[in-house]
Design a protein around this ligand. Structure first.
Ligand code: GLY
Length: 415
């Protein structure tokens, strides 16, 4: 199958690896992907350019990785052009693009989530801080690539973030803090049909022991040994399916990947956020365990046939993913450093995120430079394998978290 993948990060590298065996093009891609796919430059925010490239290569399927093209209407443009696309329409992608819309859908569907107040000007910030302490959850209500959230007990920090969001031109959302460990569950959704992938957890803070600023994600693991046996089913029954049905009832059926970020508190799971796309870095861990060929599954969603596919098959065991970040990430990542290591061209071990090629060498071109994936029969073995791989990679000044999946291995997560 001729497949066009839109995006340029570790998630898209993982998608390409899982789609291996097909005729692949990626746009705009990154240096590490050129061994798996033809890499083409593109403006991902332009639906017209995406349709143009899909037509040029005669794509039989377009898979949209990041949220920006979805919220800009790339899927709508591809559907109008008669090209099968994996990814929701602009109206359906509002589940990620507009937190107010997501809250409205959840309320109508009877799905548990945090209470929230949306503030549109600096005048409303103090009153919202009074309402929501002592643990403040302050979110950018626009698209922020998973990086627009500050969770803090420091009122001054919460206020500064709220002011920065308002200054950027977006509304700011104050939410009640949801107790309990977080679960990322990716669900394939096609109208009312929901097929969950393996549950995962990511580590959002920059440094060990969940210290430091929030990032796009510093590592992940899957599946979750601490989740109850029926945990995935509960997330599907209580969250994914009611939301999918509510979207159908509203005449905006969802087709693509619905990412449920939930906190599992004493009363069960409650939604922290939805995303309209695969998550990064969880995708890199989850897809490494998928045995079923991904292309057929994504095409089935794009063609409205998800209810016809065989149950997904998964490899036994666990996967752990560790991100190598450039010095200074996330505040001011230093790019341009040369990356060396023997595994850099093996996508079963290393997935590139922010790399480019210069004079035959890989150099860092972004904050999250690459991620390594280790697998094993146990979570501990998977983590050990990931650290063995990352220790063989050099990038001056780079750092990574040393405690990915550690609380789960130590049995420190309980519900
Ligand atoms: N894992 C966080 C995100 O993809 O937004």
């Amino acid at each position: 199958m001729r497949i066009l993948v839109i995006g340029s990060g570790g998630r898209e590298h993982a998608l390409l690896h899982a789609l291996h065996g097909n005729e692949l093009t990626v746009a705009p891609g990154n240096a590490g992907m050129s061994r798996l796919a033809q890499v083409r430059p593109i403006d991902v925010s332009s639906p017209v350019d995406i349709v143009g490239l899909a037509r040029e290569i005669d794509a039989e399927l377009v898979v949209i990785g990041p949220e920006v093209p979805l919220v800009e209407g790339a899927a709508d443009a591809l559907i109008d052009a008669g090209i099968p696309v994996f990814g929701p329409t602009k109206a359906a992608a509002a589940l990620e693009g507009s937190k107010a819309f997501a809250k409205e859908v959840m309320q109508a569907a009877g799905v548990k989530t945090a209470s929230a107040t949306r503030v549109e000007s600096a005048d409303g910030i103090e009153a919202a801080l009074d309402e929501y302490g002592p643990r403040y959850v302050v979110k950018d209500d626009g698209l922020a690539g998973g990086k627009g959230v500050v969770v803090t007990e420091d009122r001054a920090e919460a206020k500064a973030h709220a002011e920065a969001v308002i200054e950027s031109g977006n509304p700011v959302l104050f939410e009640s803090f949801l107790e309990g460990p977080e679960v990322s569950l990716f669900c394939l959704v096609d109208g009312e049909t929901v097929v969950p992938l393996l549950p995962a957890q990511d580590h959002k803070r920059a440094y060990d022991n969940d210290e430091g600023p929030n990032t796009g994600g510093m590592g992940a693991y899957a599946p979750l040994p601490w989740l109850p046996e029926d945990g995935v089913q509960v997330l599907v029954d209580d969250i994914a399916r009611p939301v999918a049905e509510e979207m159908v009832n509203r005449g905006i059926p969802y087709q693509g990947l619905l990412y449920i970020g939930a906190a599992w508190g004493p009363e069960g799971p409650a939604v922290v956020e939805f995303n309209a796309r695969f998550g990064d870095p969880e995708t890199q861990a989850v897809l490494s365990l998928l045995e079923t060929p991904l292309a057929d599954v994504l095409l089935a969603v794009a063609e409205g046939r998800l209810d016809e596919i065989e149950p997904l098959k998964w490899h036994d065991g666990y996967a752990a993913m560790v991100v190598l970040a450039a010095e200074g990430y996330p505040q001011a990542a230093k790019t341009g450093g040369v990356i060396t290591g023997e595994t850099l061209d093996d996508p079963s071990q290393v997935l590139h995120a922010g790399t480019k090629e210069e004079d035959g060498e890989y150099v860092a071109s972004g904050g999250r430079v690459l991620g390594v994936v280790g697998k094993g029969a146990t979570l501990e073995e998977a983590v050990d394998n990931a650290y063995r791989i990352i220790e063989g990679i050099e990038l001056p000044g780079a750092f990574y978290r040393k405690d990915i999946a550690r609380p789960a291995i130590e049995g420190a997560i309980s519900l």
